[in-house]
Design a protein around this ligand. Sequence first.
Ligand code: FRU
Length: 451
Amino acid sequence: MWKNKFHISPPSGLLNDPNGLIFWNGEYHVFYQWNPFACEHGAKHWAHLKSTDMVNWQNLPIALSPTDWFDKNGCYSGSAIEKDNKLYLFYTGNVKNKDIRESYQCLAISIDGINFEKKGPVIHNKDIPKEYTKHFRDPKVFKKDGVYKMLLGAQRVDLTGTVIMFSSSNLIDWVFEKEIIKGEFGFMCECPDFIETGDSKALIFSPQGLKADGYLYNNRYQSGYIIRDLTEIEKNNFTELDRGFEFYAPQTFKDECNKNVLIGWMGMPEELDHPSIKEENWVHSLTLPRYLEIFENKILQTPHPNLKKLRKDKIVLENIEVKDYLNLLKYNILGDTYELIVHLDDNFSGDIEIDLRKGKNEKTTFSFDFEQKKASLNRDFSGSGYKGVRKCHLNKLKKIHIFVDRCSVEIFLNNGEEVFTGNIYPNKESLGIEIKGKILFTIPKIEFYKF
Ligand code: FRU
């Protein structure tokens, strides 16, 4: 009842970070951290899927299993790159002997994109620079100015988090180059990444240990970015990528049009009170692919255009008046798997509330408060599972672009200015959609697509 229909989810067990995202030989490859044996963190494998369009996915055999001395306690997160027509995967081999951690940055190569041959560590545990602890992981490899770079999440010996970089000319021999983030950033930074579009560049990473500050940093851990080249970053201009609840460890890749795309983990470390575990023996999904652009020092995220392929049964309403509230049921607009786009007037200056998955005693509410310039997502009445409200500052609301799947919502605002992502576990009869406003207003256009 809660297994998502159009988000990548595990057949059973626990899914976490997206790994090895790449468009290679005409196909998209997605790997993810997977514990096939239990809905808890442990025995991480790399599950593998491919697709020609990022909409229809084909499951492939597990790419990496924790079966060797250098990865025996988990094939942890990493990335993919193409070289000489072969697919190279870089990942962290996690080794634990009686609570003593070792980290190996490992390589596996494939010729056919299905079978991967492990080549073992390219950066050994013993070669981790002495300034860092063994929390040293998540290699993101890419080419910049003719040289291969590897970003890694790291913890300094004083237990502060940072991102560091190695370089290589051949993907085999790696040399420590520098620390990218200077100064303190929580106690650990995971899953670093880097994007460039034109002259704009951003370092993306997932810091752990930031203190909540008003609307900011309210989740257990964060994922966000600093607009900056790979020079040493002193100042803390960190912006969260998502304003909702479950969003962590995102990774980017280039699509077939050479545009930056991001997929995140719709989950949060150390939070396993999800009802799908007890009821259905699986937990967590990946987010939809999001198209990234950088505009005026901000990353904008919009649903990848390929997702239009999911659209069926289109319903369009125009110039709809909302008095107190509007129940969309009368237009046959309802469901648990759909895309809903509410286009507002450019000068919209009212408050609006949209209840999703509305049932007898349930609703998941997106709202915008014009006076306070505040957007929020409330899942206090969503059903089972975690509760709470998340908020962000938003000057103007022009467009609300919503994807509802069986146990998740992703809400993109305006041109991708903000996104709210979260898991909800409503009753299967809670299918209603209602729009409310304080004053009479007209919605120029509502688009609805059942999936
Ligand atoms: C992030 C993370 C990574 C690690 C992986 C292990 O969620 O903790 O740092 O490689 O998960 O599954």
